[in-house]
Design a protein around this ligand. Sequence first.
Ligand SMILES: Cc1ncc(COP(=O)(O)O)c(C=O)c1O
Length: 490
Amino acid sequence: MKRPPDGLGPIIALDRRLAKPLHRQLYDGYREAILDGRLRPGQRLPSTRTLAHDLQISRIPVVTAFEQLIAEGYLDSRVGAGSFVSSALPEQAWSRAEHPPGTGAAPRAGPRRLPRDRLPRLAAPWHDHSGAFRVSQPALDEFPAEVWARLVARRARLLPRRQMTYSDPMGFAPLREALADYLGTVRSVRCTAQQIMIVSGSQQAVAVAGHALLEPGDAVWLEEPGYPGARDALTLAGARMVAVPIDDEGLDVAAGMARCKTARAAYVTPSHQYPLGMIMSASRRLQLLDWARRRGAWLLEDDYDSEYRYDTQPIASLHGLDTDQRVLYIGTFSKVLFPALRVGYLVIPTDLVPRLRKIRDAMDIFPATLYQAVLHDFLRGGHFARHLRRMRAVYAERRRVLVSSIERELGDSVRIAGDRAGFHLVVLLPPDARDYDIAVRAARSGISVIPLSTCYAGPRSRPGLVLGYGPTRATEIPDAVRRLKTILRA
Ligand SMILES: Cc1ncc(COP(=O)(O)O)c(C=O)c1O
């Protein structure tokens, strides 16, 4: 068999005078080149023989470095074809470049902010399509648009002068009162309206908390796999990510302590882990609270979609168990109403309110009043409770049809995870599947699934597809699953 021509490698300056062995210098050089995008997924690399020749070193350090990169999932090796940059590496790989995967290694000296060329890439193809299974998109076809329009029109018509001027950085007081009532009743979050900050979605809640509570370089635990949006917001706040594995009980607190006991905060999704969907067990919740209390660490609880649960009542919040004011509770209307509303809320321990309020003031002064007032009317007028009740039935049906279609069409080749709450689930693929490639191909066919590997901060990832069933009607789901099956077979 004729061997294909060698690929090109990045320029790596080896220095024999360093104490660091050559194989380690090569490993670091290639890893860095992959993480910062100089080497692209699927790109062919030079053979170890060619590389050793070019660098004028023996083949042994080259083979050692490549073996390590293959073992860690950065490279793939195909018999007779050579070595390639792994296609399963997520687009967001940039965020790993600052420290070895999952280690919580020491930060560089001095304040660190995310360099501009490392800002998140938004060009992932599954973001461009409004196709079936778009994750994080609710059933907009079921939204009570007429009621909403009426409430918007009334508030716009009546807009009093005092609502046209500068206002409280914490948000519109009547909405915060309504939310305090709702959260106490439905989510076991006991708080006063004074502790609630209205934010522009959970994303801003994480950003405000990150800027207020963390110094540049402070370590933060993140679930692995986890929500890339939180990773981005905390990275922008200068935090150092420590990827902590999860298991059936949620975040593995003991593993977090083993990796970085002194972390300043943890970001968690206890009611419905994003993306894998498990509920954090009671004992883990208590361990986490205990760790936070002992270390003086903050817990960011993202309760993004727990209003929708199918087999039990919604799970009580971590905040409800917190007796030491360590939890900052984050909620959003992106899932229960619509994401373009850009309204979420942050429940803040009383002592921290002035600090977070100041940060919010520095960021965007205060949230726009009109939609807050409309939302207040929507909640107080009973429309929200009615909408939630109706949507539970809609999503339960879409979920039922999706699960049975997947079981019928994809059978034993996949496993379903995380379908007990919210409106997304994960299809776990066989270990050798390339979820990134599959998601790119699916996006071209109008199916917007997120590769599970993009939710990992470290290189070891499990292949899978995150499917949202919010925007896809039950009648359209079986056909969309058949199309997905064709893509998977290919
Ligand atoms: C885990 C998680 N948190 C929060 C959000 C919502 O973000 P936002 O409220 O900023 O729209 C999402 C949406 O995708 C999410 O998946």
